[in-house]
Design a protein around this ligand. Structure first.
Ligand SMILES: [Zn+2]
Length: 172
């Protein structure tokens, strides 16, 4: 059989069964060949692409417990991720509350550290003994100022009526 240069690593190899072979037998070159084949196929064959999406979805349905179990097996990884996410959320919320404040008139009177950032919260109604009276409601809180409440444009601010339960928290 003929000798050829691999189009991936340029090494000389011998074609055995398939004279059209362009990649050598090395694992990395074969991986590269398969990767390129799949990429081209995905771009050019909508049926292949659709089937792949369906297969992925099916896999996810069959393995819905996969990540849950993975997290249980890797507590350190999970905890680190959780902390990183918390840090990202904190930074994001800080940015968002600053952004919201800039849209509202006379908001600077409210110290930023006392401000509860705009976001979705679980609200649990309490009785006089501070015991939960009912299940938690999901609410969206928007920080506004008293001076802003007097403004007629209040009607225009969110929450919009399409939200399930909602509340507005007012700064002093
Ligand atoms: Zn090669």
């Amino acid at each position: 059989m003929g000798k050829k240069n691999c189009i991936s690593c340029n090494v000389i190899f011998e074609t055995k069964r398939n004279p059209q072979q362009t990649y050598c037998a090395k694992q990395s070159c074969q991986n590269r060949r398969k990767h390129l084949w799949r990429k081209t196929k995905l771009e050019q064959d909508p049926d292949y692409s659709l089937n792949k999406q369906k297969a992925n979805k099916r896999w996810q349905q069959l393995h819905s417990s996969y990540w849950r179990e993975y997290r249980a097996r890797h507590p350190t990884y999970t905890e680190r991720n959780r902390q990183q996410q918390r840090e990202r959320d904190r930074r994001r919320n800080k940015l968002l509350s600053r952004h919201d404040a800039s849209h509202l008139a006379k908001c600077d009177a409210l110290p930023e550290e006392n401000a509860l950032p705009t976001g979705t919260y679980k609200l649990i109604p309490l009785d006089e003994q501070f015991l939960a009276k009912s299940d938690a409601l999901t609410v969206k809180l928007f920080l506004i100022t008293n001076s802003y409440i007097e403004d007629v444009s209040l009607a225009k601010i969110p929450p919009y009526s399409s939200e399930p339960d909602k509340a507005v928290i007012c700064g002093s």
